[in-house]
Design a protein around this ligand. Sequence first.
Ligand code: GTP
Ligand code: MG
Length: 172
Amino acid sequence: GNNNINAKLVLLGDMGAGKSSLVLRFVKGQFLEFQESTIGAAFFSQTLAVNDATVKFEIWDTAGQERYHSLAPMYYRGAAAAIIVYDISSTESFSRAKKWVQELQKQGNPNMVMALAGNKADLEEKRKVLAEASRSRVYAEENGLFFLETSAKTAANREDCLEPSRHKIQQE
Ligand code: GTP
Ligand code: MG
């Protein structure tokens, strides 16, 4: 049978939240303390074995700077899954994440699976956005999102980050 699946994945979120770092962690197993801010968007692909299938992830890592906002629909249209990233040490980035969720709920593909990722989970001492039984988790539940905290630095939850895409693939 045809066990080759393409899964288009998009990362959205505030500048500096760690989208590129999560992608770099996933694709190359690396972390850079001084990751450059993304211009426009960057494309990566990664092939993984999921159950009996070979899944080719086509990953669009978008730029969080406001001036690139108008480009975003090009990247989230047709995506099977979106990961909306915020930084747990920034309430502003959490507000921005909620705006992305609203935009996707209004204008995104209704079948798209969404995940909310509270990144920089290693910065516990700088935490501003509470996690368990709190704002982010409750918000995620209310909006039907997967929720997890991640760290591109320590690689916490790096695999789990792709859970929504796996879920989507299993549905198809
Ligand atoms: P834009 O491309 O501007 O939208 O930003 P981005 O969301 O891609 O953020 P990026 O990956 O460039 O990370 C911004 C900064 O945060 C970099 O200096 C990273 O090293 C740092 N960073 C990213 N992820 C983590 C993390 O999990 N923990 C810590 N401590 N730092 C992180
Ligand atoms: Mg980036």
